[in-house]
Design a protein around this ligand. Structure first.
Ligand code: ADP
Length: 561
């Protein structure tokens, strides 16, 4: 008997040392997330798990127990929950095996930290709540799973009970005794420490995963470079801004991956320790110019050793464009204000200075003055309306039913007179409804504006055609020209305020960049329609819009409130 015991104790001792080795070599969590350059291995986790599985089997063997169950305390649920690995219990049953941490033998052992031995589970009041009948338990031992933290002199400085360990049903109809309790208590220490390590390891892995996901989903470009000028991390925003399609960039040299000498130099200087100011860089992914601010910081560990250099790139393209547009708007608006004023001033002075003009001549001068005043008023109206839309107010629609054909004819006729160079005409389909519901003046404004642009941006002349037809319960109108056209990347932007295509042809054509912004508002908000443009540079453009024939006035009003 003593020989047996000695042999057993020796085996336990061997096991313990095996475990100790296992713990340090594989199950110990790293003190900090692994270097981002070497993706963390999951192997240690699996190693830890299989060590635990082997240990559970050995416990079953040593104690001659039919079943071994580990229960872990789930703080959120306030329950002790059976977790794998187990011995002699099907996983489905294991999943059901749980108890409140205040109940049953499990709860009692968990709370008191003292082991319990029971011999007749079905009739033992203490085990009633433990669902032992689920596992057909007759007798058993329950010991606490304790993890101890020790200081350098191996004194216990902290003890935490993380769960309980059960050994159920002694084989061959035998019963457990106090000796078994002591053995199980001893082995529970190892189980506890492996679980604690695994738990810690999982937390570290999860934390790292969380960090990486955050890093990846941030809309700011982030790059982490190693001291060897290799990419340790590069999030999707950063890959996107350089037009890098693969995410296989880790560990590669910055010079092979980042297609911008400016940025590479910034990173290189950063890695080499020179202080870096925030600077601006321009990159051209897919040939489109974009502007970024770039700033960086050295990354060091606690001992001050360099881990690399981290860089943030913020997209300021829109801001830059807006700044540029605002200054060109000021130039344009001044020009647009000055031109009619110069004419008004010139003709008024002429009329005042000289009494010799005939009645006819005076009339002609005065009508020019009137036209220029109208032009000024239009410009000021555009500015006021833009400000009104900007501040969320509507342009006060005034809805009525009006004759569509007449309206289209009138606008085309007025514009025809505006230019001798262009052939302005309408092509109206017979299927057009006689009347539509809308804001008549604003409809006029939409069409006049589009026709004005068609003429303005066709410096060589050509046809300017208004097409109109019915499509279901909507009308669709196209304004076609054979002018300078619009580059593809500007097609959606021309409807933004202040946006003007800044090309050679356009520079001589003055405007404020507000017309289409207002037109879009008048089509989409006032008439609940839709506007878009199709165009080819050098060939011409089609501005197209559609709106309902029978506009639901209540709906439109509600939309504009
Ligand atoms: P503006 O004409 O005062 O500049 P708009 O808002 O009416 O402002 O138009 C915005 C920009 O769209 C114009 O600057 C021009 O570049 C472009 N655009 C508008 N209409 C046409 C057109 N028919 N053909 C070519 N470009 C156009």
């Amino acid at each position: 008997m003593t020989d047996d015991r000695d042999a057993l104790l020796k085996r336990i001792h061997d096991l313990e040392s095996q475990l100790a080795q296992g713990n340090t070599s594989s199950a110990t969590p790293p003190s900090s997330p692994a270097s981002p350059e070497t993706p963390m291995e999951v192997a240690p986790l699996q190693d830890g798990e299989s060590t635990l599985r082997r240990l559970v089997q050995r416990i079953a063997m040593i104690l001659q127990a039919e079943k071994i169950v580990v229960m872990f305390f789930d703080q959120e649920q306030g329950e002790l929950i059976a977790i794998p690995p187990s011995h002699g219990v099907e996983i489905e049953k294991l999943n059901l095996f749980r108890v409140r941490a205040t109940q049953g033998v499990s709860g009692e052992v968990f709370r008191s930290g003292e082991p319990l031995l029971f011999h007749d589970a079905p009739n033992d009041n203490r085990t009633k709540k433990d669902l032992v009948s689920l596992l057909h338990v007759t007798n058993g031992i329950t010991v606490p799973l304790i993890i101890e933290k020790r200081d350098e002199e191996n004194r216990v400085v902290e003890r935490n009970t993380i769960g309980v360990l059960h050994a159920f049903n002694k084989r061959h109809g035998d019963d457990f005794n106090d000796e078994d309790v002591r053995l199980l208590e001893r082995m529970a220490k190892n189980v506890g420490s492996i679980i604690a390590n695994l738990q810690l390891y999982r937390e570290v892995v999860e934390e790292r995963e969380e960090l990486l996901q955050t890093f990846e989903s941030i809309s700011t470009g982030l790059i982490l470079v190693s001291p060897q000028e290799k990419i340790s991390q590069m999030n999707s925003a950063a890959r996107h801004l350089f037009g890098i399609e693969t995410d296989d960039v880790l560990g590669k040299s910055i010079h092979d991956i980042i297609p911008s000498e400016e940025v590479c130099k910034f990173l290189k200087d950063g890695v080499n320790g020179s202080a870096q100011e925030i600077s601006e860089v321009t990159v051209m992914p897919q040939g489109v110019e974009r502007h970024y601010t770039i700033q960086g910081a050295a990354v060091k560990n606690e001992e001050g050793k360099s881990l690399g250099y981290v860089t943030i790139l913020n997209d300021i393209t829109d801001q830059k464009n807006l700044d540029r547009m605002k200054s060109s708007f000021v130039a344009m608006a001044s020009h647009e204000l000055r031109t009619p004023l110069t004419a008004i001033k010139g003709f008024t002075s002429t009329l005042l200075m000289d009494d010799d003009f005939t009645r006819e001549e005076q009339k002609e001068f005065l009508s020019i003055i009137e036209q220029e005043c109208d032009r000024l008023r239009r410009l000021i109206d555009d500015l006021l309306n833009t400000a009104r839309i900007e501040s969320g107010q509507s342009l006060k629609p005034d809805y009525s039913r009006f004759a569509l054909g007449e309206m289209l004819e009138k606008v085309v006729m007025v514009q025809r007179q505006a230019s001798m160079k262009h052939h302005v005409f309408g092509k109206f389909n017979d299927n057009l409804p006689e009347t539509v519901i809308g804001d008549k003046d604003k409809f006029d404004q939409i069409l006049t504006n589009l026709l004005n642009n068609a003429i303005k941006y066709s410096p060589e002349g050509g046809d300017v055609v208004v097409h109109a037809f019915r499509d279901g319960d909507e009308i669709e109108v196209w304004v076609e020209d054979q002018g300078i056209g619009i580059p593809a990347e500007h097609l959606s932007k021309v409807f933004e305020k202040f946006h003007r295509v800044n090309n050679e042809d356009n520079r001589k054509i003055y405007g404020t960049g507000l017309g289409l912004f207002l037109v879009k508002h008048l089509v989409e908000d006032v008439h609940l329609g839709r506007i878009w443009v199709e165009s080819e540079v050098g060939k011409g453009s089609f501005f197209k819009f559609r709106m309902p024939i029978e506009l639901d006035i209540e709906k439109a009003k509600a939309h504009n409130d």
